[in-house]
Design a binder for this molecule. Structure first.
Ligand SMILES: *[C@@H]1O[C@H](CO)[C@@H](O)[C@H](O)[C@H]1NC(C)=O
Ligand SMILES: *[C@@H]1O[C@H](CO)[C@@H](O)[C@H](O)[C@H]1NC(C)=O
Ligand SMILES: *[C@@H]1O[C@H](CO)[C@@H](O)[C@H](O)[C@H]1NC(C)=O
Ligand SMILES: *[C@@H]1O[C@H](CO)[C@@H](O)[C@H](O)[C@H]1NC(C)=O
Ligand SMILES: *[C@@H]1O[C@H](CO)[C@@H](O)[C@H](O)[C@H]1NC(C)=O
Ligand SMILES: *[C@@H]1O[C@H](CO)[C@@H](O)[C@H](O)[C@H]1NC(C)=O
Ligand SMILES: *[C@@H]1O[C@H](CO)[C@@H](O)[C@H](O)[C@H]1NC(C)=O
Ligand SMILES: *[C@@H]1O[C@H](CO)[C@@H](O)[C@H](O)[C@H]1NC(C)=O
Ligand SMILES: *[C@@H]1O[C@H](CO)[C@@H](O)[C@H](O)[C@H]1NC(C)=O
Length: 791
């Protein structure tokens, strides 16, 4: 097993090794120098000492023409920085670079190109330096006999010179390629010259001055701003040297920067590492000299601003347009442009071949049709910006006018619409109010209680009136936040104080339904119910106006250590009775049979004589219609006061209100909130605590310590007993409100035995009742077990 594994391992290792060997083979056999007798063929490459550059033969795709060149190592596009034979390509791939007496390219035993002049025979060696300089040296004398840096093509690298030396008759000039794919000498040259009494870089097109850089200013040239822009990553550190023999411009490679300069076939100057950004790009027609373009005499028929634009499409062939071919491989696009520019009958041109050489020129008058399709031929079309400028101007004027017109009409429309909308709203409101007031039941005469007493008017107040009364619903006027919206204190101009309940906009109830509910609520009148004075409707907002209760609510007194002293037993008992009367009326004697559903201490308001008045009754009806069946999807109510069947199943009945009433009774007796039992070291709520005490016969301990005046303990026990009856688990077991009233009023009446109440472990009142699972887990039985354990 082991030997098998080993042999597999070695096999893999060998394979891997072989693969790397194969891949690395050329670099292992990397050639770094050429000596007499050595030959460099097409499949070989000469590497620079540090591996930054490579020298070798390369061919232009789709042709068999090959050239000897230097390119950046590791550059996918192999951008050439120097070419030995730009104008004399080798026509097949049998070229060889040799260094026998001179540096030359041979093919088939014949010399094709002499790269260098005849050199002295000696210990010659040709090397490619890491600067990109290809040099021939005499090793014994340690002298450089020839270097490629003295024969630049279209690119300047750090250390290369641009200029001339009259003594050595050297001329360092850049010459553009003929076209993007033909390295032969093109139309443009870039040279350093004394031009206009200043050192300037000059681009010539076919020998004629085409562009100048502006005068040298010891750092750079005005029309080549990027050249001396310290913000660019490529620091050229330009250096210009001149003496009587000549002059040259040079730049250095600095740390982390290896700039270059190149002249491309369109006459643009490129810069950066591997000439990736443009230092100067424009086409000079001769009428503009702003970017350094050289002014020249315009042909008669050409105007300022005329130019060629590249368009996809073609000329429509008619008799008035003729095509002319220049099938000349030594002219390129810029030459065609020049030809077209100078011939007044020319309207456009393109190249004649795929490699960017030759011309095809259109003369005469013809329409140019632009093709939208992507691969349509690119044409250079002469356009006259003067006329198009005028057109643009007209278009700008027209579009501005249209824009303004649209803006104005839009604004007018908006104003009209808004006014109409406001009018509509007003009309609607008015109509509604008219309708509301027209209803008989709103007339005092027809609104009568069963006992014949007259019912006060239900008024409709204007929104402005309410705003004024509540000081724009200022936060200082806010009395509290009820279940159905915030309540504000308001003061009417006649000095009457009211409470304004701003119903939250959740009801989605229509105005008619709201009106009907409101009429019903207005008809529900009892001394122990807060009186509704009127309403206010503003857009989709509804407000109810109640009589103001100066003594706030029951919980304001009951749960405050200081204020609870004001509530002696007499008063407390009266409050319990009052609430019971109010509830009884709601449940039994009012015509609408209201179930409050949110009865709690804070909904029991107290008037100046501490008489209780139940608030917020009937609101559940406004907020929920279609609830003839007693199951609701969403449970509304306050935790701690909710009957178990309501909290868990959403079923409610008058017995749910009885449960809440029972909780209030226990709270009034004990002076404690149902949900807070901080003083008692038990995990129980008030109901559970009361039940425990009751069962142990210690019910009197439930009494609020503040109740010093209490003498009638029997009455107290009876009240607690009634309270416990009200909070019984089963809704059917709980007494009705009329039972409650007779139980409270008749001291000799025997009461049924209270059964196990429904009680939950104490929880924060603020906690929302969403965790039904939790509550279901805590069934009544579980909780009672906990209570037993805690004892
Ligand atoms: C180039 O020269 C190398 C080494 O002399 C040789 O192995 C290779 O076959 C030659 N390639 C061609 C295309 O002549
Ligand atoms: C390139 O050379 C091959 C054979 O050497 C020849 O068949 C082909 O036609 C040549 N292609 C061109 C474009 O000259
Ligand atoms: C390549 O061209 C040269 C002349 O340019 C010729 O002498 C030589 O025979 C050619 N070689 C091949 C392989 O075609
Ligand atoms: C050759 O000359 C260069 C400077 O021209 C010098 O840096 C180098 O050390 C010399 N080499 C030898 C072997 O003398
Ligand atoms: C250098 O060569 C360019 C292009 O061939 C030419 O325009 C220029 O006059 C020459 N400069 C000198 C000083 O000979
Ligand atoms: C460019 O294309 C033309 C026409 O196809 C051809 O005659 C010419 O030789 C080509 N030039 C080069 C440098 O390949
Ligand atoms: C020109 O070449 C001579 C001889 O090598 C040299 O002395 C002179 O400094 C050079 N001048 C310039 C500007 O390159
Ligand atoms: C091609 O154009 C060059 C430069 O314009 C010119 O010298 C040459 O005579 C032209 N050749 C032909 C065949 O027209
Ligand atoms: C312009 O081109 C047309 C068409 O080729 C030719 O007839 C005419 O002589 C040319 N004009 C000039 C001034 O070269």
């Amino acid at each position: 097993m082991i030997s098998l594994a080993n042999s597999i391992f070695f096999l893999i290792l060998t394979l891997l090794c072989c693969q790397t060997c194969i891949i690395n083979l050329p670099s292992v056999a990397a050639i770094t120098s050429l000596k007499p007798g050595d030959k460099l063929n097409h499949s070989q490459v000469l590497d620079s000492e540090g591996g930054k550059f490579k020298l070798g033969f390369f061919s232009i795709p789709q042709t068999n023409k090959t050239y000897l060149g230097i390119w950046y190592a590791g550059d996918r596009r192999e951008r050439k920085v120097w070419i030995a034979n730009p104008n004399i390509p080798i026509l097949n791939n049998s070229g060889l670079l040799t260094i026998d007496g001179t540096l030359k390219i041979t093919s088939g035993g014949k010399t094709i190109v002499n790269i260098a002049p005849p050199l002295l025979t000696g210990s010659l060696v040709a090397r490619l330096q890491d600067s990109g300089n290809f040099v021939v040296q005499d090793e014994t004398r340690n002298t450089t006999l020839w270097q490629s840096f003295d024969y630049p093509t279209n690119c300047l690298l750090p250390g290369m010179k641009l200029g001339y030396n009259l003594t050595t008759k050297q001329n360092w000039t850049l010459t553009s390629w003929l076209s993007f794919s033909v390295p032969a000498s093109g139309a443009f040259t870039l040279s350093l010259e004394v031009f206009g009494n200043a050192f300037q870089l000059v681009i010539r097109r076919r020998g004629k001055v085409y562009w100048t850089s502006g005068a040298w200013n010891n750092q750079g040239f005005p029309f080549l701003p990027l050249f001396h822009d310290s913000a660019t990553i490529y620091q050229y550190n330009l250096n210009l040297v001149s003496d009587k023999d000549g002059m040259f411009l040079q730049f250095d490679a600095t740390e982390g920067s290896f700039p270059s300069l190149a002249l491309n076939s369109d006459g643009d100057i490129l810069g950066g590492y591997r000439f990736t950004y443009t230092l100067f790009k424009d086409f000079c027609y001769g009428y503009e000299s702003e970017d350094g373009c050289f002014s020249s005499q315009l042909p008669e028929c050409r105007k300022d601003g005329d130019k060629f634009e590249q368009k996809s499409g073609d000329y429509i062939h008619t008799s008035s347009i003729t095509t002319e071919f220049y099938d000349n491989a030594s002219i390129s696009i810029v030459d065609c442009m020049q030809k077209c520019w100078e011939n007044c009958s020319c309207v456009g041109f393109t190249t004649a071949s795929g490699n960017g050489t030759g011309c095809r020129i259109w003369n005469g008058n013809g329409d140019f049709r632009v093709y939208e399709s992507g691969n349509a031929m690119q044409r250079y079309v002469l356009v006259s910006p003067k006329s198009s400028k005028g057109k643009t101007w007209i278009w700008i004027v027209i579009s501005v006018a249209i824009f303004i017109a649209l803006l104005v009409s839009g604004f007018i429309c908006y104003i009209i619409m808004r006014r109409r909308k406001l009018q509509d709203e007003k009309r609607k409101e008015e109509a509604y109010i008219r309708e509301l007031t027209a209803i008989d039941s709103f007339n005092t005469a027809n609104l009568k209680e069963e006992d014949g007493r007259e019912v006060q008017d239900l008024k409709i107040f204007s929104f402005g009136f309410i705003l004024e009364a509540t000081n724009n619903f200022s936060s200082e006027k806010m009395l509290g936040e009820g279940g159905f919206g915030p309540v504000y204190k308001g003061k009417f101009p006649d000095g009457r104080e009211v409470a304004v309940k701003r119903l939250s906009r959740t009801s989605g109830q229509g105005l008619v339904e709201f009106k009907n509910e409101l009429i019903l609520i207005a008809k529900v009148q009892h001394t122990n119910l807060v009186r509704v004075l009127g309403c206010c409707i503003h857009r989709d907002e509804r407000m109810l106006i109640y009589e103001y209760m100066p003594n706030k609510s029951l919980n304001f007194f009951l749960f405050d250590p200081a204020r609870k002293e004001l509530l002696d037993w007499q008063k407390r008992f009266a409050i319990i009775e009052g609430i019971a009367q109010g509830l009884l009326y709601l449940h039994k004697y009012s015509r609408m049979r209201v179930i409050h559903r949110d009865l709690k201490a804070s909904n029991v308001l107290l008037d100046e004589n501490m008489n209780p008045k139940i608030a917020d009754f009937g609101l559940a009806r406004i907020f929920k219609q279609n609830e003839t069946e007693a199951v609701t999807g969403r449970v509304v109510g306050t935790y701690g006061y909710m009957a178990p069947e309501f909290a868990m199943e959403g079923t409610f009945s008058i017995k749910s209100d009885v449960f809440s009433f029972g909780v209030i009774i226990l709270e009034i007796v004990s002076g404690r909130r149902n949900t807070s039992l901080q003083q008692i070291d038990r995990p129980l709520n008030l109901i559970g605590y009361a039940w425990d005490l009751w069962k142990e016969g210690r019910a009197l301990e439930l009494k609020d310590p503040a109740l010093e005046d209490l003498c009638d303990t029997e009455q107290l026990l009876r009240v607690i007993h009634v309270g416990l009856l009200c909070v019984q688990e089963g809704a059917a077991d709980r007494p009705t409100m009329s039972d409650v009233i007779s139980m409270l009023g008749n001291g000799s009446m025997s009461l049924p035995i209270a059964k196990q109440p429904a009680f939950f472990t104490g929880r924060d009142e603020a906690e929302s009742y969403s965790s039904t699972i939790n509550t279901k887990e805590c069934s009544v039985n579980d909780c009672s077990i906990t209570a037993v354990e805690a004892r």
